[in-house]
Design a protein around this ligand. Structure first.
Ligand code: KMH
Ligand code: ZN
Length: 312
């Protein structure tokens, strides 16, 4: 069984590639807004900042390293939080293209998606009649025909390029039980070393649903496969975010919040910022008697290479 952690790592996923500017005025897409919200989230208690870039003109999802450069140095100068860069920021690009920002900036952590799958946001488009930008509706509707491609060859390439060459530690995104078995195969093949950090992703259309029974099943399967060699966290998409985070903490896991995963602060009410969600989950967890990990405690728990070794 994974060792219940004494302190809980809060990851904040600041903007992502699922939601679009029409859906919430709080969703940051200009570099200065991504930086400000990331720094505020860290001050509110997030030890890890999971970051995607956006085109600052229109909020479109971006994997252009220049767009990351707009906020990474500011975040590093203003906070000790661990920076975790996405390698899954575009459904249209190959994994080799998606890791370009991480290869350039060599962060302490990166996401690594553990299987190919449908990954669709198209039902979200029905909720809106008018759009802030002309790309948004097309982007959402087109996702019903996309495969989010993360083959074993892709995963092996990322393990080599980022894991071996840059000593990046991965947030292994597991959207379904089969992804845990993919990860087990990769570990047995020598791609990754303990401690492994698994993000159970619940509630994405294409992956496992967001409920407690599924969380328990994911956790039980991971215990069977990885024993005490892993740390885990939960990301509940949409309205399940806070309840699954609270359940995860009770079960000995870490938590992820942020506007990438949910735009809400409570049922039917939009969050004002990433920091508001971090503060809410922090207060929930502290009221249950849990302690929140600092960035340096997260570094120790996850065996990270340290902030001086990044390239931004
Ligand atoms: N958007 C989340 C469901 C990534 O950036 O590589 C998962 C995620 C993937 O954060
Ligand atoms: Zn992400």
């Amino acid at each position: 069984m994974s060792k219940p952690s004494r302190k809980i790592i809060i990851t904040c996923a600041v903007t992502g590639a699922i939601h679009t500017p029409t859906m919430s005025d709080a969703l940051p897409y200009r570099a200065e807004d991504i930086a400000r919200q990331a720094i505020d989230a860290a001050e509110a208690g997030a030890a890890v900042l999971h970051l995607h870039a956006r085109n600052p003109q229109n909020g479109a999802v971006s994997i252009d390293p220049e767009h990351f450069l707009g906020f990474l140095p500011t975040i590093k100068a203003s906070t000790n939080a661990v920076v975790n860069l996405s390698t899954g920021g575009s459904l249209r690009n190959t994994v080799a293209e998606r890791i370009a920002p991480a290869e350039r900036f060599s962060p302490e952590m990166c996401s690594l998606n553990m299987g190919s799958m449908n990954f669709s946001m198209h039902p979200l488009a029905r909720r809106y009649k008018e759009w802030k930008f002309d790309w948004e509706e097309r982007y959402l509707l087109g996702s019903d025909n996309f495969i989010f491609s993360n083959t074993f060859r892709d995963i092996g390439m990322v393990a080599q390029q980022l894991g071996q060459n840059h000593r990046v530690k991965f947030e292994h995104e597991c959207y379904d039980v089969g992804h845990l078995y993919n990860l087990k195969f990769c570990i047995d093949s020598g791609m990754f070393k303990a401690p492994i950090f698994i993000q159970f992703v619940l509630g994405i259309l294409g992956g496992i649903g967001a409920d407690i029974e599924n969380l328990v099943f994911m956790k039980r399967t991971a215990d069977k496969l990885f024993g005490d060699q892993y740390q885990w966290s939960v990301l509940g998409a949409g309205a399940s975010q806070m309840s699954l985070a609270t359940a995860a903490a009770t079960m000995g896991g870490h938590v992820r919040v942020g506007l990438e995963d949910s735009l809400l602060i409570s049922r039917g009410q939009l969050a004002e910022s990433n920091a508001q969600q971090v503060l809410k989950v922090r207060q929930l967890l502290e009221s249950l008697g849990h302690e929140i990990a600092t960035p340096d405690e997260a570094r120790e728990m996850l065996s990270l290479k340290g902030a001086p070794s990044v390239n931004f």
